[in-house]
Design a protein around this ligand. Structure first.
Ligand SMILES: Nc1nc2c(ncn2[C@@H]2O[C@H](COP(=O)(O)OP(=O)(O)O)[C@@H](O)[C@H]2O)c(=O)[nH]1
Ligand SMILES: [Mg+2]
Length: 360
């Protein structure tokens, strides 16, 4: 699972990437504007709690991969750079994070000459929209010829679908708000359309804007709600400084600024949710651990996330939900109160289920 950080130059992509992934990229590498990749631990308070209760030898969180893609500029969809380095870096991403600048710094002039987050989101949306449109027009032209020559229902269906997409893009609507049936989704998966990818906008706010944060997020969210975009925010400069501090100092520092928590935890979780991912938990004295599955995964397939043997020789899953476990304090107490269940292979695993897989 991979999420691409995209945005205009100097919007704070590399800053967000470095603070989220707790990596350091040296100045020379940053200046080269190349693509950087790193895994990020998905914070999970439930795993922390299991750790306290079971005191296991090992505590394992799930992770997702972030990619710091090279910057994008207005008009780039026509340039060779876009088709090359940029598109190459972003096509394969499962979801996108638009990093949008809301801080002013004369040292790093904004490529558009002024600070205007709504305009910048529009620039990114437009570039992606035009890129999708160009690809679709190209494909439609070829398909029309093919459909003419050979009778093929699949090609016909694809053509109808792409014509629908074309119409939508021409009216400046992204593809991500379309409800696609699974068959159609599979048919066009290979194109990896950019405006079809789940997208989260993250505003990079000035450290003096702490009090304005909620208002700024709400304003932008309102503008983009019907485009299927979720908006969040972080304070680039504050996060940079936090990343270099000891925990105690960081807490003091956040108190001074009047912020309750680092935005990174929330942003990483939002990205995870956006991908349609949930976690189930396993527990014991050896290891407590969160596992990643897609929403609506049946128990037998979920067992395969742990080990293919568990999937192939699956018998039943013992299930207790984390909330019930926390409420009653032990598996035995959950059994006594009717919150412990034995489920078959078709059972749809829920976020926060604590599972023990019985297998042959
Ligand atoms: N003042 C200020 N500077 C920032 C902030 N976020 C990033 N920067 C600086 O802006 C410059 C560009 O940021 P960078 O993350 O490299 O942008 P990128 O081109 O999108 O990867 C860097 O020198 C950062 O230190 C912020 O919130 N406030
Ligand atoms: Mg960068």
């Amino acid at each position: 699972m991979q999420i691409g950080l995209v945005g205009l130059p100097f919007s704070g992509k590399s800053t967000l990437f470095q603070t989220m992934t707790r990596t350091h990229i040296d100045e020379a590498t940053l200046a080269r504007q190349q693509t950087n990749t790193a895994m990020v631990k998905v914070p999970d308070a439930r795993v922390d709690k299991l750790g306290e209760i079971f005191q296991p030898k090992k505590l394992v969180y799930t992770s997702i991969e972030f990619v710091d893609v090279v910057g994008l500029k207005k008009g780039d969809h026509t340039s060779t750079q876009f088709t090359g380095a940029f598109l190459g870096g972003v096509k394969t991403n499962d979801a996108l994070m638009f990093v949008v600048r809301a801080f002013d710094d004369p040292l790093y002039p904004h490529p558009e000459g002024s600070i205007d987050p709504a305009r910048d989101v529009a620039i990114l949306e437009t570039e992606f929209l035009l890129s999708d449109l160009a690809m679709i027009e190209n494909r439609i032209e070829k398909l029309r010829k093919q459909v003419h020559k050979v009778q093929d229902d699949k090609l016909k269906r694809e053509l109808v679908l792409l014509e629908k997409f074309q119409e939508r893009l021409e009216s400046e609507q992204p593809l991500r708000t379309l409800k696609l049936d699974p068959h159609d989704a599979a048919l066009i998966k290979g194109y990896q359309f950019l405006t079809l990818k789940p997208t989260l906008v993250v505003l990079n706010l000035e450290d003096s804007a702490v009090a304005d944060r909620d208002r700024m997020v709400a304003e932008l969210q309102e503008q983009y709600a019907d485009k299927g975009i979720v908006v969040d925010a972080f304070f680039g400069k504050i996060e940079m400084e936090l990343a270099q501090m000891e925990d105690a100092d960081a807490a003091e520092f956040m108190k001074d600024y009047g912020i309750a928590e680092s935005a990174l935890t929330r942003i990483i979780r939002a990205a995870y949710d956006m991908l349609g991912l949930i976690s189930f938990l396993t527990f014991g004295e050896d290891e407590c651990r969160a596992w990643t599955i897609r929403r609506d995964t049946p128990a037998q397939e979920a067992a395969g996330a742990i080990h293919t043997d568990l999937m192939n020789r699956f018998i039943r899953a013992e299930v207790v939900h984390f909330e019930k476990f926390l409420e009653h304090g032990s598996i035995q107490a959950c059994k006594d109160h009717g919150h412990w269940r034995l489920e078959g292979k078709e059972y749809v695993v829920q976020d926060g289920d604590m599972l023990t897989i019985r297998h042959g």
